[in-house]
Design a protein around this ligand. Structure first.
Ligand SMILES: Cc1cc2nc3c(=O)[nH]c(=O)nc-3n(C[C@H](O)[C@H](O)[C@H](O)COP(=O)(O)OP(=O)(O)OC[C@H]3O[C@@H](n4cnc5c(N)ncnc54)[C@H](O)[C@@H]3O)c2cc1C
Length: 399
């Protein structure tokens, strides 16, 4: 077979990869997307929530074809059942349709998509990435590229083979299990979060309503506290026995089961090298507090595609040129990653009693400040005044 050559090869047609391919194709590059699945977005491994601001930031207008439900607030439950409300408009997507729509945009812009094409490793020459080896039903192939974009999710075989992505340690990820359920009778204008460091250690339980009584119902547990099968067992137990959750979900029945991992360690220190960019879950660009990676994947994907295209047009896919990708995504998200990482460490270190005390100490004005990303220090000081036992956590947060 003749050697194939593209300007940009994107590995993975998830949100990060399709955004990158779309942006690079729009800028005039010859783009190939390799996707190992037969059908994009299937199976979904996501609770499908994204904030309205996140979607807007990614430059996407909400479309009824892939929006399942709109919400206006989150209801966060402390272990003792006390709850507070976090205002904020958001959407619950239909990821199977959203991911497919996004990939279709890249294809319509001129990118070529190959399904059932599994990338095996980055091709290296003199220490730089020059392409990808992949396998499809006809055998193994090599494709060369000026820039490879590794958007290949949490495992990131390509990022690892290029030496940019280290394996995740157990405490750097949450293991998740989720049902899509029908017959869920909750307020469909809100998402539900349940925090409990004895039952959902280092993670939380969620109910994200999709409308008409459908909802994603799942949980994440810190990998270091988990073992094979524990997330699903804990999910089943909570649905059956948890005082509040069982009551909310009585009569609900599962129609789909999803399992998967979320990296919650914060982004890689370096997401570029000669001939390669790493993006999305592969680059650990996930909010460490919420486990949300859609907003960041979409925005970072777009930046990766744009920078790759500029580097191709200048004939310079060196690490020095591609560094702009890192600078641009850091400008958008570095502060959020840092603060969310600290908050995640603080919250996962608290006992249930301390979580209850924190929930009691927060008033609506504090919540609004936190939502707006303002005055974390002021809120922490107020909380400590009301609950002096939380001082060490406030210190850690503000360090
Ligand atoms: C249970 C669960 C619930 C979640 N809920 C939310 C939520 O509500 N909101 C939110 O914002 N985030 C959520 N997330 C995180 C979110 O799903 C991810 O951050 C997001 O999908 C990342 O997009 P991505 O494109 O980087 O990776 P992915 O969506 O994982 O896409 C990677 C793509 O690469 C393909 N691929 C992988 N390896 C190869 C290979 N070797 N060759 C070719 N193709 C390959 C895969 O098939 C896949 O299509 C959740 C995650 C989980 C597990």
């Amino acid at each position: 077979m003749a050697e194939e050559r593209y300007d940009v090869v994107v590995v993975g047609a998830g949100p990060a990869g399709s955004m990158a391919a779309w942006a690079a194709a729009r800028a005039g590059c010859d783009v190939l997307i390799l996707e190992r699945r037969a059908e994009i977005g299937v199976p979904k491994q996501c609770a499908e929530g994204i904030s309205a601001n996140g979607l807007k930031h990614a430059g996407l207008k909400p479309r009824s074809e892939w929006i399942a439900n709109e919400v206006s607030r989150a209801l966060v439950h402390a272990p003792n059942g006390d709850r507070f409300e976090v205002p904020g408009d958001g959407y619950i997507l239909e990821r199977k349709l959203f991911d497919r729509w996004l990939a279709a945009r890249a294809v319509e812009e001129g990118a070529e998509l190959r399904l059932l094409a599994e990338a095996r490793r980055a091709l290296m020459e003199e220490g730089r990435v020059v392409g990808v080896e992949f396998e499809d039903e006809t055998g193994r192939h090599e494709v060369r590229a000026e820039v490879v974009i590794a958007a290949d999710g949490i495992e990131s075989r390509i990022g690892r083979s290029a030496g940019l992505v280290p394996p995740l340690k157990p405490d750097e990820l949450c293991t998740c299990a989720q049902y899509e359920m029908v017959g869920v009778d909750v307020d469909e204008d809100a998402t539900y979060f349940f925090v409990n460091n004895e039952e959902f250690v280092g993670g939380y339980f969620w109910i994200f309503p999709k409308g008409d009584g459908r909802a994603n119902v799942g949980l994440g547990i810190r990998g270091s506290e988990s073992e094979p099968g524990l997330a699903l067992k804990t999910l089943d137990r909570a649905i059956r026995e948890h005082e509040l959750i069982a009551d909310l979900l009585k009569g609900a029945r599962p129609v789909e089961l999803n399992v998967g991992g979320v990296p919650v360690c914060g982004p890689l220190e370096r997401t570029y090298d000669d001939g390669i960019l790493v993006v999305g879950d592969a680059a650990r660009q996930v909010n460490p507090l919420t486990g949300g990676g859609l907003h960041t994947s979409l925005v970072c994907g777009r930046i990766a595609g744009e920078v790759a295209a500029e580097a191709v047009s200048e004939g310079d896919p060196s690490a020095a040129r591609l560094r702009e990708y890192q600078e641009r995504w850091e400008e958008e998200f570095a502060r959020m990653f840092k603060l969310a990482g600290k908050a995640s460490r603080v919250l996962s270190g608290m006992s249930n009693e301390e979580l209850n005390a924190l929930a009691e100490a927060l008033d609506q004005e504090d919540i609004l400040r936190l939502v707006r990303g303002e005055g974390v220090a002021k809120v922490a000081r107020k909380v400590v005044k009301r609950k002096p036992s939380l001082l060490k956590y406030a210190r850690h947060l503000l360090r």
